[in-house]
Design a protein around this ligand. Structure first.
Ligand code: IVH
Length: 679
């Protein structure tokens, strides 16, 4: 293909993909399948790789990320990013209105908006193209997170219509609750600490160094403030204009002429906010007219023409009936408060998390106490205190269990960790059931005809106690199995029964799971910290379970995204004989324990040499260096030992490592020396 042909095809693909994106995201009416869409995008990606000079910063390929950032550049805001003065009281809103009217007179229009609970962002556009996205930082300087923001579909990369040549638009990047729930579910699956709320998740995601991961997190962005040479002299009309240019201007805004109208807006949203698909933490009230805004001016920190009314975290008092201790798939124990049911923030709350033993002790919470329960930014309600005036003095602090409530094993706690664990991985029912359920789930082996209920029956009947047992099941064993579940407050009594059709479906699904690709099998094994992405990377790098099992920590660290925590978890898992036996049984059953390997070394110039990478570098990221070492036949080690040939030392390398290297006579080289070695 000539460059001219490539340019034409790139333009064609770009227009087509942008149209599909618009249909998908703005009109929610896609006309092609995800597969067809991905094919178009892949063709464009391939062409941009082949002809990098034709790749543009507003190409739709930017949406899928792929750029790895070393650290974010700090840049100065062209206009400082001020905050808003906050209030929780209606009286202060009245005072605000009076202050404003003293300056502007009574002919005033306010714009009431929602206060989105996310991360503030400033987007700069030049000639209609997004050129920079900067976080708030300290208000004067923020982080340049453009590569990550480009992956957010509601942020236009290229504007349409009669936009100003250069301007800035500000808004909030947030994580919709649906994205948040699936992100946290994924984290729990691999035993990682979930994010406490969507705001933390959005902030954490924006600072990720791998923009492809940001793209997967499905962030969203609302815009609420324009700066520059705008067509109108008021906030509202400019926002409406900005919507025409392609910006995601929220629909939730209203013109109000009096405090009463403002209070109406506040009251409505204080109720309705629970039905929104994202979190808000209040309402923002802005003077609409720019000349009026100008005459009101600013204090050192915030404009005098706007104020934020924050919703109070909703709080109720109820009775703590009991504390139960749940055991997760990883064995972690979570204390859960059982409450007298109470209405809170749009739903009936019956349970609240008590997090861990330390929190219970700190709160000195006792069964029978009247407790304050709050639902703030967090999704799960929490107990924030005890009404001591109401305490029955015959109560005692709850004793944290010493034994697992499910299997009786003595609980253990690692120094520095807050959670207690049940160590009885192979004998504790919820841990075993959790592993079985993880194995069959859609993203793993996809044995979809075995829902949670049925797996439990197989476990209870003693037919399945580890994942290899699924492959020994026979028709006769399954037919006729059944279990009755008693009625609850919301469900009738029901019986799950394995009839002929059910059994056939289950056996068929188990059979088809044998063709599930290796990467998903690896994920299905439920090794701690090995989520879907890590499993894919490992499978692509090593090609087979055998290679992963035989890899040293250093070799595992060579793989992109594998740090010491994951490498340690993998080697620990493979070291156990029971896991080796499990793998042998899966292999005999015909489950795929190998797949295509994609990373064969590019060269062998570093053959037999081992490296430790330490410190911060200017031309490469640490992961890039590790990848280059592997790609050139070398080995990456995590710690300096007599086996180390070289240390690639960056800035801030730990002094103890340096000292050890000197003692052992390990050669210390710079990143430039390394570049020379592989050039
Ligand atoms: S206007 C100069 N409008 O709240 C005024 N801010 O506590 C610029 N926020 O830093 C801000 N929703 O991150 C504005 N509809 C909205 C908002 C909003 C959320 C955030 C923003 C700001 C913070 C102030």
């Amino acid at each position: 293909m000539t460059i001219i042909e490539a340019r034409q095809r790139i333009e064609q693909l770009t227009t087509e993909i942008n149209q599909h994106n618009q249909r998908y995201y703005e009109a929610a009416a896609p006309v092609i399948s995800d597969f067809e869409f991905d094919s178009l995008l892949q063709e464009l990606q391939q062409l941009e790789l082949k002809f990098p000079e034709l790749a543009t910063s507003d190409s739709p390929t930017q949406r899928v990320g792929g750029t790895i950032t070393r650290e974010f550049k700090t840049v100065q805001h062209l206009t400082p990013m001020l905050s808003l003065s906050n209030t929780y009281s209606e009286a202060e809103i009245k005072e605000f209105d009076q202050r404003v009217r003293k300056v502007t007179g009574d002919e005033i229009t306010y714009i009431c908006e929602l206060k989105y609970d996310g991360v503030a962002i400033g987007l700069r556009y030049e000639q209609g193209v997004l050129v920079q996205a900067v976080t708030r930082g300290d208000g004067i300087r923020g982080d340049d997170v453009t590569v990550n923001v480009r992956t957010i579909h509601s942020v236009p990369l290229k504007l349409r219509g009669d936009y100003p040549e250069e301007f800035e638009i500000r808004g909030e990047i947030f994580m919709p609750r649906s994205s948040f729930d699936s992100l946290n579910a994924g984290k729990e699956e691999i035993g990682e600490q979930p994010f406490a709320n969507p705001r933390n998740a959005a902030a954490g995601s924006l600072k990720l160094l791998d923009s492809a991961e940001v793209a997967r997190r499905k962030l969203d962005c609302f815009l609420y403030f324009v700066i520059g040479d705008m067509p109108f002299d008021n906030h509202y009309d400019n926002l409406m204009k900005a919507r025409e240019w392609g910006f995601n201007i929220p629909l939730y805004l209203r013109k109000c002429a009096s405090v009463d109208e403002i209070f109406e807006f506040i009251d409505e949203w204080n109720e309705a906010r629970h039905n929104l698909p994202f979190d808000i933490d209040g309402v923002v009230i802005k003077v609409n007219s720019y000349p009026m805004q100008q005459s009101l001016g600013f204090t050192a920190k915030s404009p005098r023409w706007a104020i934020a009314y924050k919703f109070k975290a909703e709080r109720v008092v109820t009775k703590l009936l009991n504390i139960v201790y749940q055991v997760g798939r990883t064995g972690a124990i979570t204390p859960v408060a059982v409450l007298e049911p109470v209405q809170l923030a749009g739903s009936i709350v019956k349970r609240a998390t008590l997090h861990n033993a330390d929190i219970i002790a700190q709160l000195d919470v006792r069964i029978g106490d009247s407790v304050f329960v709050e639902k703030g930014g967090e999704i799960i309600p929490k107990i924030i205190g005890v009404d001591l005036t109401n305490r029955n003095h015959n109560t005692y602090p709850a004793a944290y269990p010493v034994h697992c409530p499910e299997c009786g094993a003595v609980l253990t706690r690692t120094a520095g960790e807050s959670a207690w664990y049940c160590p009885n991985e192979d004998g504790c029912p919820p841990q075993i059931k959790g592993k079985l359920e993880h194995f069959i789930c859609r993203k793993a082996m996809n044995i979809d005809s075995l829902g949670e209920g049925k797996t439990e029956i197989l476990f209870d009947s003693g037919l399945v106690s580890n994942v290899a047992d699924f492959y020994d099941l026979t028709y006769d064993q399954l037919l006729g199995l059944e279990k009755s579940y008693p009625a609850t407050a919301i469900t009738r009594e029901r019986t799950v029964k394995f009839r002929e059709k059910t059994v056939e479906n289950i056996l068929r699904a188990i059979e088809s799971s044998k063709s599930v690709p290796f990467a998903r099998v690896l994920f299905a094994l439920g090794i701690r910290f090995v989520g879907e992405t890590v499993a894919k990377k490992l499978a692509a790098h090593f090609g087979s379970i055998e290679n992963i099992a035989n890899a040293t920590i250093g070799e595992l660290l060579m793989v992109d995204e594998i740090g010491e925590k994951i490498a340690g978890s993998l080697t620990g898992w493979f070291a156990l004989e029971k896991h080796q036996m499990l793998l042998e049984r899966l292999a005999v059953a015909g489950v795929k324990l190998a797949g295509a390997k994609s990373n064969t070394p590019d060269s062998d110039v570093l053959g037999g040499k081992s490296f430790v990478v330490s410190g911060v570098f200017s031309s490469y990221s640490r992961d890039e260096l590790k990848e280059l070492i592997g790609a050139n036949g070398g080995k990456v080690l995590s710690a300096v030992s007599a086996k180390t040939d070289f240390i690639i030392a960056g800035d801030n390398m730990g002094p103890s490592k340096l000292e050890k290297a000197r003692q052992l006579g390990v050669k210390i080289i710079s990143e430039d020396d390394f570049a020379e070695m592989i050039s």
